[in-house]
Design a protein around this ligand. Structure first.
Ligand code: CP3
Length: 353
C-alpha cells in the first residue's frame, strides 16, 4: 500500500509533531451538501446508500472534493450491527432510526449473537476497500462503530428515546441481562472494527453518543468497561502502520481521566469541556479531538473563524490536537461556513512559518 500523502491526522492522534492542526468533521458527508441529497435520492434512501458500496464511496468523497479536509470517514451508520443481528432497521423521515424487533426480554437477549463481518456486514467491508482505492492515499480513512452501550440503547428502546427509561430500568433491575447484551455487542464491535482495519481503515473511532446520560458508577460499569474490552481486542497495526483509536463519549467530560486509561490513543470531547483544562487532566497520555459547537456553523464566516481560533487557543501550543466539532454537523449548515472553518483551522495553526 502506498504511503499517505497527508498523514497529519495519524501523527496528531499519536501525539507526534505536525505542521498544522488536522481537521475533519463528524457528519462531514450528509444532508447539508446538495450533492449528498442527490446521491441519496438516486440510491433510494439512507439505508440503501449505506448498503451500496459504490454510492457510499461517492458520498464519502464528496466533502473532500469541496474542502481540504485531513481525513475521510467511512460513510455508514453505527446501527448496521444491530440490523445485521436481525433487529430490522428502518429510518423514518424526520424521526430517526427504528427497529422492528427490539430486544426487551430474556428470550430475545438469549438469541443475540455477533454478526459475521464478512457475511451480514459484507457491504461495509466492501465499502472500506472501495473507498481506500478511490482515496488513492491522499488522506487517511477513519472506520467507526457505535460503543456497546450506545448500540444497546437503540436495541432495547427500539429507536431514539428522550430518557432511556427501558435501558435504565434494565440496568438497575436486571443488570445481568444488560451485561449479556453488552458482552455480545463488545464482541460484535471488535470483530467489525478489525474487519474494517483489515479492509483498509487507518484509524478507528467508537461513538458513545449516550454514555453521558449515565450515572457516574453506571458509566464506568456499563459503558467504559466494554469500550476498554473492545480496544483491547483491536489490531494495533496494519501493513506496518499503527492504527490509532478514538473514543468519543458525548457528555463524557466527567470521566476524561478514566477514558484516558481505556487503551485509546485519543479522546473525542464535546463543546462543554475546555480543551485546555481537558489537556491538563489527561496529561500526555492521549490526544484530544474536538470540540467546536456545531451550531457555530450556522452563523457567518467571520464568526466561524473567531470561534475556530478560540478553540485552537484553548488547546494551546502542543502536539496531539485533532480539530473537529463537538458533535455532528447539522443539516441546515451552509457549506460556505464549513469551508471557512477548514481554512481558519489550517491558517491559524500553521507552525512552519
Ligand atoms: O460522520 C460521517 O460523516 C460518517 C457517517 C455517519 C453517519 N452516522 C451517517 C448518517 C456516522 C459516523 C454516524 C454515526 C451515528 N449514527 C451515531 C453516532 C454519532 C452521533 O451522531 O451521535 C448515531 C447515534 C447514529 C444513529 C443515527 N443515524 C441516527 C440517530 C440518525 C437519525 C438522526 C439524523 O441525524 O438524521 C441517523 C441517520 C444518519 N446517519 C444520517 C447520516 C448522514 C442522516 C440520514 C439521512 O440522510 O437521511
Amino acid at each position: 500500500m502506498a504511503k499517505l500523502e497527508n498523514d497529519t491526522l495519524i501523527r496528531a492522534l499519536l501525539r507526534q509533531p505536525t505542521r498544522y492542526t488536522p481537521v475533519w468533521l463528524m457528519r462531514q458527508a450528509g444532508r447539508y451538501l446538495p450533492e449528498y441529497n442527490a446521491t441519496r435520492a438516486r440510491a433510494g434512501d439512507f439505508l440503501a446508500l449505506c448498503k451500496t458500496p459504490a454510492a457510499a464511496t461517492e458520498v464519502t468523497l464528496q466533502p473532500l472534493e469541496r474542502f481540504p479536509l485531513d481525513a475521510a470517514i467511512l460513510f455508514s451508520d453505527i446501527l448496521t450491527i444491530p440490523d445485521a443481528m436481525g433487529l430490522g432497521l428502518s429510518f423514518v423521515e424526520g424521526e430517526g432510526p427504528r427497529f422492528a424487533r427490539p430486544v426487551r426480554d430474556e428470550a430475545a437477549i438469549a438469541r443475540l449473537a455477533p454478526p459475521r463481518p464478512e457475511a451480514e456486514l459484507r457491504y461495509v467491508v466492501d465499502a472500506v476497500r472501495e473507498i481506500r482505492r478511490a482515496l488513492a492515499s491522499r488522506v487517511p480513512l477513519i472506520g467507526f462503530a457505535g460503543s456497546p452501550f450506545t448500540l444497546a440503547c437503540y436495541m432495547i428502546e427500539g429507536g431514539a428515546s428522550a430518557d432511556f427509561a427501558l435501558v435504565k430500568k434494565m440496568l438497575y433491575q436486571r443488570p445481568d441481562l444488560l451485561h449479556r447484551v453488552l458482552d455480545v455487542n463488545a464482541r460484535a464491535v471488535a470483530d467489525y472494527l478489525n474487519a474494517q482495519i483489515e479492509a483498509g481503515a487507518q484509524a478507528v473511532m467508537l461513538f458513545d453518543t449516550w454514555g453521558g446520560t449515565l450515572a457516574h458508577a453506571a458509566y464506568v460499569e456499563f459503558s467504559l468497561a466494554y469500550i476498554r474490552r473492545v480496544i483491547a481486542s483491536l489490531a494495533r497495526e496494519a501493513g506496518g502502520e499503527r492504527v490509532p483509536s478514538i473514543v468519543f463519549t458525548k457528555g463524557g467530560g466527567p470521566w476524561l481521566e478514566q477514558i484516558a486509561t481505556s487503551g485509546c490513543d485519543a479522546i473525542g470531547v464535546d463543546w462543554t469541556v475546555s480543551l485546555g483544562a481537558a489537556r491538563a487532566r489527561v496529561g500526555g497520555r492521549v490526544a484530544l479531538q474536538g470540540n467546536l459547537d456545531p451550531l457555530v456553523l450556522l452563523t457567518d464566516p467571520d464568526t466561524v473563524q473567531r470561534e475556530a481560533e478560540r478553540t485552537l487557543a484553548d488547546f494551546g501550543d502542543a502536539t496531539g490536537h485533532v480539530f473537529n466539532l463537538g458533535h455532528g454537523i447539522v443539516p441546515s449548515t451552509p457549506p460556505g461556513n464549513v469551508k471557512a472553518l477548514v481554512q481558519a483551522v489550517h491558517a491559524a495553526s500553521r507552525r512552519d512559518h
